[in-house]
Ligand binder design. Sequence first.
Ligand SMILES: [Zn+2]
Length: 486
Amino acid sequence: MKVKALMTLSVTAVSVTALVASGAESQGRTRSISQSSAAQAAQQHPQIVAEFGGEDTSARSAYVRSVGSRVTAQSNITGGGNAFRITTLNSPVMNAFAVPGGYLYVTRQLIGLMNDEAELASVLGHEAGHVAARHSKQRQRASILSQILSVGAAVLTGSSELGQLAGQVSQGLVLSYSRSQELEADDLGVRYIAAAGYDPLASAQFLGSLGAATSLEARASGRNDERSTPSWARTHPLSSERVTRATQKARATGRTTGLRNRDQFLAQIDGIMVDDDPRQGVIDGRTFRHPDLRLRFTVPDGYGMQNGTNALSIVGQGGQAQFTGSAFNGSMANYVAAAFQSVVGQQGRVNFSQPRTTTIGGIPAAYSTARVSTQSGEVDLTIVAYQWSANSAYHFALITPAGAGIGPFEAMVQSVGRLSAAEAAAIRPRVIDVVTVASGDTVQSLANRMAYDDLKLERFRVLNGLAANSSLSPGQKVKLVVYGTR
Ligand SMILES: [Zn+2]
């Protein structure tokens, strides 16, 4: 969540229905993106951008678009590269996805894992392949709370759907493709990048990097949130079959070389942020800290966090929560009432008791609980609001089983506190630093410069697509992750 972008929660549900699948894309036959799906994509676009940290509008974003249009021009979509809109998202989640209207999205976190332009082309080609092949998918996109309200009591009564919901929340977009759809998109991606002049082996190589990144994240210690687990691997299930097949398809193109544009690509991504953007707050294990708001809190053990532009979502077995802020006019009673209304929507009615006031960590606070009916039963909705300053306030909206009230979130609600200036200043972004290997540098010596406490060597290898026995040559360029400045 960004300081300046805090706004009232929206519970508007947006549903996207892909066109009916019509089997494999036939080569040579052109297809148009329908006006209705393009209009839907345009309408949905601002919400996707907000949920994934905002759009990266730097020169790098223009570069990503130019690579994308070069690749999508090879698809069978009428209008070629002009039919697609490609957006780079300022998100710490490793993901890329497409919507049927021809909008393709790739996160900065996924771009940071790539090693050359051909790999970037392969991801955009794969996503364009999903659009071109009209992969049918019923996707429900909604704000987190409306998702929670719609599944409501079923989730809170201990059904296994909760785990699924948590997974969906943390991957942001509720979808995954079938195995055959993945393979078809891979095939099309390989075909497009080869036709665009890129080395078709880049697809298999990037799938390999993604697999390595997935394994590494599983090993990284102290991470019970799923935000850095490569979401692309979950929404586009990875398998050794995909790597093998992408390799075979690359060979079948008859093209044994092609553009890699490694140096141009590395120059473009030098300085790109990885992991959390401190302007939106950072998640470290169970703790959320926001250096600009100067606040912190800790979520319950076993609960995951997902940070969006407007709100932070917290999901676990005993309930779900969202942390955000909105307009504050000096009255905490009014603030709490507005927070309830924002959850149930302007048309919704919610009966809550007069907010009670208290002090939490020296901060004036107010809270109230209401019983809310959902499609699948009743839940408790609690608002806990903090009067942060004379003209700012923040709050949790908590959803728990009916009768549970604040329930498992008691300690979290009590953990809200202020960061000192020194604590806030110590929070720095991590960025990619492209360096030239000097004589005497080794994989280990370079890995020692990685801005992580654990698994430095493994992280360096995965970041650079290096095998365990790879060595480096002086003059070669490699990526490091270092601390940047704010
Ligand atoms: Zn896919």
